[in-house]
Design a protein around this ligand. Structure first.
Ligand code: AMP
Length: 283
């Protein structure tokens, strides 16, 4: 039987992030120069390097069995795909933005206005749901400068930190959606078993990246308070210590909360609090 084909972004930040995730999940390959194909060692998987915005359609059509791309691009492509896994990178919002000094208060106020975007499908649906008829200006990039160029009164664009908006003296009127990089799958792939294996491997890496392992000792009388602070991924592992009044706890904690959690554990009397990185996991 042929190999499972997975489509990866051919260039840009997402290409690097996807390659690093696959590598950490043990799907190793070598891409020669700017070749459009690569073969994964040790698994029946071929990689095809594609434009990120072509990946949703090519996956839905079955040209590739799986793909890594932005959730925003899947929604815009309006295709029928299974999203198998959110990859914890590329988080952004799709927002309607207007000039800082604009008096516009609601999307309906934009009726009759020109709106520039590289998300025409999602934008059209959004304004229709608000009962506002707008003039869409579909573009493939540089949307943020279209108001100052006099092409539009509003834009719909991806916002991550908001610094592009500040630089162009724009503000968010409202958010349309929140997205991140995802792993998608064709609904009728003949390689379901290999696909499941890839999902399990990537899931292990995504969880390992988002969580730390915390170990600490706590007086037995404070255990329920400690467990409330650190409920864990499933539940904490609690072991007895030689001193019967104390126990040792091992628990997973969201990486972004670790410092705060350490402060709170220390405040209830926990000691020897250690954080360890998780390189990979299967839960
Ligand atoms: P920021 O200035 O951090 O708000 O980023 C906004 C700029 O980065 C806009 O030009 C966006 O089109 C682009 N951008 C932000 N997040 C993403 C993403 N997840 N995928 C693609 N482009 C993005």
């Amino acid at each position: 039987m042929s190999n499972l084909r997975i489509g990866l972004p051919s260039k840009g930040r997402l290409a690097e992030q996807a390659a690093s995730l696959l590598d950490q999940a043990g799907l190793r390959f070598r891409r020669q120069d700017r070749s459009l194909f690569a073969r994964v060692r040790e698994l029946p998987v071929d990689i095809t390097f594609l434009r990120t915005d072509d990946i949703p359609l090519l996956c839905a059509e079955g040209a590739i069995d799986m793909g890594i791309t932005g959730g925003d691009l899947i929604e815009e492509a309006n295709v029928d795909l299974t999203t198998r896994l959110s990859l914890g990178v590329g988080k952004c919002r799709l927002s309607v933005c207007v000039p800082e000094e604009s008096s516009v208060k609601t999307p309906a106020d934009l009726a009759g206005c020109r709106v520039a975007t590289s998300f025409p499908h999602v934008s059209k649906q959004f304004f229709e749901s608000h009962g506002a008829k707008i003039h869409l200006v579909p573009l493939s990039g540089s949307v943020e400068i279209m108001i100052s160029l006099g092409v539009a009164e509003a834009i719909i664009d991806l916002v991550q930190t908001g610094s592009t908006l500040v630089a162009n003296r724009l503000r968010v009127l409202t958010d349309i959606g929140e997205y991140e990089t995802v792993l998608v799958q064709n609904k009728e792939t003949r390689h379901a078993e290999t696909a499941n294996r890839i999902v399990r491997r990537l899931e292990g890496v995504v969880i390992a990246r988002a969580w730390s392992l915390l170990e600490y000792n706590v007086p037995r009388g404070k255990l329920s308070e400690a467990e409330a602070i650190t409920p864990g991924f499933n539940s904490p592992t609690v072991n007895s210590l030689e001193d019967a009044d104390w126990c040792a706890v091992q628990v997973m904690v969201k990486r972004k909360n670790v410092i705060d959690v350490m402060d709170r554990l220390e405040a209830i009397g926990a000691t020897a609090i250690l954080e360890t990185d998780i390189a990979n996991c299967r839960l």
